[in-house]
Design a protein around this ligand. Sequence first.
Ligand code: PLP
Length: 369
Amino acid sequence: MTTHLAVAEQPAVLPQPRDLVASLPVYSKAGGTVPPSWRASSNESFRSPSPAVMAAITGAAAHCQRYPTLQGDPLVAALSDSLGVGAEQLVAGAGSLAVLQQLLTAFAGPGTEVVFAWRSYEAYPILVRLTGARDVQVPLAAGHRHDLPAMVAAITDATAAVILCSPNNPTGTVLGAAELEDILARIPSHVVVVLDQAYVEFTDDADASSRHSLALLAAHPNLVLLRTFSKAYSLAGLRAGYLVAHAELAAHVRAVSPPFGLNAVAEAAAVAALADGQALAANVSTVREGRASLHAALASRGMNVPASGGNFLWLPVGDGAASLEAACLGESVSVRSFAGEGVRVTVGSRDAEAAVLRAVDAWLVGGAA
Ligand SMILES: Cc1ncc(COP(=O)(O)O)c(C=O)c1O
């Protein structure tokens, strides 16, 4: 039988967390009380891991009485081969969120600032404030794009890091090669520049983008690329991500990383997923096709949806966000709604995309408010 501490027995004064804990934004949950038929709210893959990846998961699970390696050595070795970078330039961890938190822990803290675009990935303000640093949010420019000149202008003596998100979650906009080179040239070399590439595999020129950003590391030792197995590799539930950076920066991040941070099953799955080029290609093409057809269908309904490089589309419906989310839930598809701003829809399932279109049609008929 479970026994709970009776209220009267609780000590009068409970331990209190640091003040900043009360200031942390809360990572939002997708709405709705009934489980939807389709989850288009978390930019997960609609495709399950491939048979080769499932076999690796089962194989690793059979040995989970053992600790994994301290720092994900087998995954680091596989990434080093596949990306053509030194193992010392890589840090692997339990999802790119965990790796970003370790990076910020190493480089930001009280008295420092971290600059990022807003709206962007909602975890940024949480992770930045957790370090004690101040988050400096630079509003997006026209077209839902990063306002790069304003981001550069926001850099002060206190700036420890700038986070760029490309494709940007939730707007999908992509920073071009020239834009990246230009902003890197303008950011002082003592400031860490994080390029969050969680969705890079879905961009139209993914291989070129990936190679270009890796090549930038040589000239910009303050650049950190952040990548994940959660999206294009269909492994969100297992938690595996990594960063690529100058060896010295990577060593500082490793110094603050928890030992055994990457579990053995996630690691085996990630190594197998990296080797399964066919599964990646199938996932990416499913997403690109769904993204193009949903984008065209929404445009034909008069909706101004920015072109997206991710596995999602941004519907900037402003105050209509809540009612559009409700209409989607009415069609049994969960989406991510940001009050007063818009709705983000994950693509990759033809059924979910059709359900979203039915919801949009009903919403438009109902006055879109
Ligand atoms: C831009 C961006 N970065 C990072 C993440 C976190 O990914 P992970 O699952 O690797 O922690 C997400 C997840 O949605 C994301 O959208």
